[in-house]
Design a protein around this ligand. Structure first.
Ligand code: GJV
Length: 417
């Protein structure tokens, strides 16, 4: 691999500066610290470049680098990418996807319905209302005094029409703008929002919810969802592995395995968002690795979130990676009322979030009773505020008790930068 790369290298190289720390997850990747000056010799893909630091060469993630002159340019760029973000919510594609997701939409409907008595005469804020579905549920299924439906994208203009069309304009007030910037005439009793992204936090819309909570939620007010958890399970992914990696072993009877390192970079570097794991592909019982309390969580806590896991393998199989999903809970306001849960895992109805698959660089055979333990770290990108990296560290302890049978690994997955 290295020898091949050197053929295409330009001998001098261009200098780039690392914007933040990066820990390589294999010997093919370089590790570096914020401020390090790297020489880039080749740019084989838009995501990974071939670079050199203190005489050592390896792949580096492009998004961690900038040229010296880029510093000024970057100041002009929006770390929230709002134009692109709210632009995409100004079209119907994403709203159709969210509204078509029955589990998601029905969960919010159920929350309103089962709390309708308690919502009477309450003031509600629906943060990121989109087409206004949650606000309309409130107005139709309960009798709140006011619902402030806040939406930053241009969809808000249509939402206003939908509210009118459905006869809810007395109760639902559509406010177009970023929740961080709008002014409400009063504080609210309930702050409801559907803010969850892939792997729970991606997009970091949760920050807007926390800021709105601190500014607009009355003392003793209610957050919906009230808590959130991220769940992880070690899994098989035979189909995906065969399609992207084993494929190169013998296509048309030829040996294409020299392409496997490239395949690993291209397909297994980032997590796969739209994965639907079969319950049978779970090698162990799942484990909650993070828990967020929406009343006490602080914006600064989002910079780095760590969790731990301990799994016991149920039956032997191939450990291809980890699958993650989230669950949120909505506490009940009624005395003795049951909380509502929206679970996006493999034992519930599939949702538009599906699950997130993190592939290991190399599969590992595991046996019943083996232990897989380790840590997960979600690290928010210091520059691009909607992005994060997920670092998984694991060790496998064989049940046969052989002392040399402990395997460890670490891998960092950018989502997306
Ligand atoms: N202020 C107003 N509207 C917002 C904000 C904000 N800070 N952030 C997102 N939205 N679950 N990951 C809107 C966005 O335009 C879209 O209509 C909706 O909230 C996203 C909801 C689903 N995304 C998610």
């Amino acid at each position: 691999m290295q020898a091949e790369r050197e053929d295409e290298e330009d001998a001098s190289g261009e200098e780039y500066v690392a914007q933040s720390d990066f820990t390589g997850s294999s010997s093919e990747q370089l590790s570096f610290c914020s401020g390090d000056r790297l020489i880039v010799h080749a740019k084989p893909s838009s995501e990974w470049w071939w670079a050199e630091l203190r005489g050592v060469k390896g792949y580096v993630p492009v998004s961690y680098l900038r040229q010296d002159a880029e510093e000024e340019e970057e100041e002009g760029q929006d770390p929230w990418q709002d134009e692109e973000y709210f632009g995409s919510y100004g079209t119907l594609r994403l709203h159709l996807e969210m509204l078509s997701d029955k589990s998601r939409t029905e969960a919010y409907r159920q929350v309103i319905l089962s709390n309708s008595a308690s919502l009477r005469n309450k003031v509600v804020m629906d943060l990121g209302c989109g087409t206004g579905i949650i606000s309309l549920f409130c107005a139709q299924l309960a009798e709140p005094s006011e619902v402030y439906a806040v939406e930053a994208s241009s969809m808000a203009e249509y939402t206003r029409q939908l509210v009118k069309q459905n006869g809810c304009e007395e109760v639902v007030k559509v406010l177009q703008g970023r929740a961080e910037e709008i002014d409400l005439p009063e504080q609210v009793d309930v702050l409801v929002s559907e803010w969850m992204g892939n792997c729970l936090l991606f997009e970091f819309m949760v920050e807007s919810v926390l800021l709105a909570r601190d500014r607009w939620l009355k003392e003793g007010g209610v957050m919906w969802p009230s808590s959130a958890a991220l769940t992880l399970v070690p899994c098989q992914a035979n189909g995906y592995y065969a399609e992207k990696m084993a494929f190169w072993e013998q296509p048309y009877g030829l040996d294409f395995t020299p392409l496997q390192p490239l395949a690993r970079q291209e397909f297994f570097t980032k997590p796969k968002f739209s994965h639907l794991i079969e319950p049978n592909d779970c090698l162990t019982a799942p484990c909650d690795v993070l828990h967020l309390d929406m009343y006490t969580l602080q914006v600064k806590d989002l910079e780095e979130i760590k969790g731990q896991f301990h799994f016991h393998v149920k039956t032997s199989g191939v450990f291809h990676g980890f699958t993650a999903w989230f669950t949120v809970h909505f506490e009940s306001l009624e005395t003795g009322g049951a909380s509502v849960e929206l679970n996006t895992g493999p034992n519930s109805e599939p949702t538009h979030w599906k699950q997130t698959l993190f592939m290991l660089d190399r599969p590992v055979s595991v046996n019943a009773e083996d232990a897989i333990s380790g840590t997960i770290r979600l690290h928010r990108n210091p520059v691009w505020r909607r992005h994060m990296t997920v670092t998984l560290h694991w060790s496998i302890n064989s049940s046969t008790g052989e002392t040399d049978n402990c395997q460890v690994g670490t891998k960092t997955f950018p989502m997306w930068r």
